[in-house]
Design a protein around this ligand. Structure first.
Ligand SMILES: *Cc1c(COP(=O)(O)O)cnc(C)c1O
Length: 383
């Protein structure tokens, strides 16, 4: 049977995990160790939880099917996954990445570069052409995010894959903001997909986890798994189980957030004190055409607003009532963050940028909240 919808695929993949009692929800297996038979042979597939265990394997099976890979590994955080991925590469590997990207991952790349573990090139032009120029100068791994946090440029993944492969380089895509209900990078030619599962995949702001999905279960992949086992960076079974639960509603959550964010972005452009709204769903966004093609299930709930100064940004983030002032993204509750100070010394993010994660509240309430917060921040409001 060919499934039409990724939501059906999620539902099928979850139900196929199976349960001896026919329970429609898989159980949690918390055991750290697994019994052996009389000759010392393992009874099932598992020996010790640090290596893997049933609940972890269950989530990996679902995520692997969602992204269409040859293997999936989950970790106790997104950064643990990134760490294992780069740790598995040969010393001195040449890595190209954009100047704007998830700051924690970029900090880590800088550290690896300073130690001589990788040779890092950051490219300034934040689009597909910028990537193509960077890899043409010699590269082993290109690491991109699409959309790019927190300015939301979109890379044309198919074109990027073609160019990186022509340059003898692998393409790894951080698709945290575009989960498989909207984009499947491996289908477009990418070699590795990464997700911070702490964000949309879990979607309830109560788990940190990371996932890698690979096109090829090759030697580097086996090394990535060995690093996870030896460092003990698999998530707990309970976190893995919560992730299974969160995945059940991924499609509806993502579509709802996408619709609200689009409505919000269109209205935010008209609010006094707003200079620019960065959101790939807006026709004015420079990569809107690519986004329309590539983000088939919605543009997501992430957008940024450039306001008329850093003071306005700080005051507006402090004045909201529906948006919560906090970092992270992809949860049910909408979040607002004055981003630059959070990112630290390497950041090139403008200091008048507010990053918003639109959640599941009513879009009109979110718009009214932000509008009032902006008015208050600019000294004309009544709040
Ligand atoms: C949060 C995030 C990460 C890091 O993941 P953690 O789960 O916080 O370790 C990486 N990339 C992007 C785009 C993120 O938003």
């Amino acid at each position: 049977m060919r499934l039409e919808s990724i939501d059906t695929l999620v539902s099928r993949a979850l139900s196929e995990i199976g349960d001896p009692d026919g329970a429609v929800v898989p159980g949690i297996q918390p055991a750290t160790t697994f019994r052996r038979g009389p000759d010392g042979e393992l009874i099932g597939d598992f020996s010790y939880r640090r290596t893997s265990s049933p609940t972890i394997r269950a989530v990996e099976g679902v995520l692997n099917r969602l992204d269409g890979g040859e293997g999936c590994l989950i970790f106790s955080s997104g950064m643990a996954a990134i760490n294992a991925f780069f740790g598995a590469q040969p010393r001195g590997v040449r890595v190209a990445a954009p100047t704007v990207m998830y700051h924690g991952a970029q900090d880590w790349l800088h550290r690896l570069d300073e130690r001589g573990d990788i040779k890092l090139t950051l490219f300034e032009r934040l689009d597909t052409e910028g990537l193509i120029e960077a890899v043409a100068e010699g590269c082993d791994i290109a690491w991109i995010e699409s959309p790019l946090n927190p300015t939301w440029e979109v890379f044309d993944i198919a074109a990027a894959a073609e160019a990186t492969h022509a340059a003898g380089c692998l393409l790894a895509v951080d698709s945290t903001v575009a989960p498989p209900v909207t984009t499947r990078p491996l289908d477009l030619g990418a070699d590795i997909v990464f997700h911070s599962a702490s964000k949309y995949l879990n979607g309830h702001s109560d788990v940190t986890a990371g996932a890698l999905i690979t096109r090829r279960a090759d030697e580097a992949w086996a090394e990535t798994e060995a690093i996870r086992v030896l460092l003990g960076s698999a998530p707990s079974p309970f976190d893995a189980w919560l992730l299974l639960r969160g995945l059940r509603t991924l499609g509806v959550r993502y579509r709802r957030a996408s619709e609200s964010a689009l409505r919000f972005a269109e209205r935010a452009e008209m609010i006094e004190g707003v200079q620019q709204v960065l959101f790939p769903g807006l026709a004015s966004h420079p990569h809107h055409e690519i986004a329309k093609r590539q983000m088939t299930g919605g543009f997501g709930g992430m957008l940024s607003v450039l306001v008329d100064g850093p003071d306005t940004a700080v005051a507006a983030a402090a004045a909201t009532g529906v948006f919560t002032a906090a970092t992270s993204l992809g949860g049910p509750e909408s979040l607002i963050e004055h981003r630059a100070p959070v990112e630290g010394p390497h950041s090139v993010v403008p200091d008048n940028l507010l990053r918003l994660s639109v959640g599941l509240e009513g879009a009109d309430d979110l718009i009214a909240d932000f509008e009032e917060a902006m008015a208050a921040a600019r000294g004309r409001g009544s709040r």
